[in-house]
Design a protein around this ligand. Sequence first.
Ligand code: GLU
Length: 460
Amino acid sequence: MTTVKTRFAPSPTGMLHIGGARTALFNYLYARHTGGEYLVRIEDTDAERNTPEAVDAIRQGLTWLGLMPDSDWVFQSKRLDAHKAAVEKLLAAGHAYKCFCTTEELDALRAEAESKGQAFKYPHIWRDRTDHPAGKPFVVRIKLPLDGTTSWDDAVQGRIDYPNTELDDFIIARSDGTPVYNLAVVVDDIDMGVTHVLRGDDHINNTPKQIAIYKALGAAIPTFGHVPLIHGPDGKKLSKRHGSVSTLAYRDMGYLPEALLNYLMRLGWSHGDQEIMSIDEAVAAFDMTHINKGPANFDFAKLDWLNAHYMKAAAPERLVELMTPFLKAPLTPAKRDLVIKGMPGLVQRAKRLTELAEAAHIYLDEPPFAFTEQAATALADGGKERIKEHVIPALNRLNDWSHDALDGAIKQVVTDGGFKFPQIGMPLRAALTGTTQAPAVTELLEVLGKDESLRRLSSL
Ligand code: GLU
């Protein structure tokens, strides 16, 4: 039995696209599910469009999501000799031929076909000729069957049939000897032992050409699975217009990697109606038959919902590390402890790390506070005085700083002074944090502890 080998083969032309990250994930899941291997190949043969920054962005994106392969990356540009050798092999076997047509000749034929309203197809001029001119430039074309059908059972799309008459004897090596993309992909997939090619459905039209190359090289044809592209909420192809399409941008917007992974795995693949699924569960459950044939629509609200879920599940120590880049200033050890203590409350109020960092400022800002408008209002009209005269003395007397004791003490202040609860609760919250958008007062007091609470209240 052959071991499954999948691969993610991005072209490093910019960022790691969110659709690319999903393709990587599906390849990862299928390989892990079958006990196979998952590989990454950087398709960097287009020197004009490829940049080292783009390679780095792919590396960072895959690392962040935990989708790095076990083995080293393959760089397609390093495999030029293998690609050229395959072209030679095809020529020697008579599966490919040299075509000496000049650009002018082909342009004229193309113009003629167009004037008749026909689609241009290379008319096999050099397919069977042997009178090769010496020293003239040539391209190498593959010799395709003249009739019949190229078919494959696509693991996602089902059976796909291509009449061979629609295919051309396409070029596999340019006049400077460099092999074309379709040739390089096939040679690399053969040499890497790839058994399953799971990729975007924008490659469907390349597949019959690639199958022709596999056949001509006498190699086993892998299983192909073409995954529909991701669309925006409006049903149009996902683009910047909808939001970010760069994987790392989601990290920088404050999403957790496991939330984005969960979101991406469900985007176009389903396991019953289970929405929350860990990567391990997905590895156990993944199959290609449940990848949707139609495009999936990106739903930002659902991603937020998943992120909120995973933030609540994450350890406070980890959340503090992850949110640190979003804070206005670095954390001191004492502040760090305070935020960790307050995390269960903070995390209830945030969908992303950015919001969490914002919420954490109630513990980070130092008195005297720049009060928000609502906080200033809460402290006006006797609010400040109520804190000074009633709350501070009551809290000073309190030795048991437990939730229940604090709750009892505050209620006592309310009852003894004949107040309504908000007359104490609102100014107290404002005095402790500078804002009224904060957790319940007992929670605040508990997290801050007696000394810090009284220090803040005394600064009024
Ligand atoms: N390099 C191609 C791309 O980025 C993918 C090729 C493939 O998966 O076969 O779209």
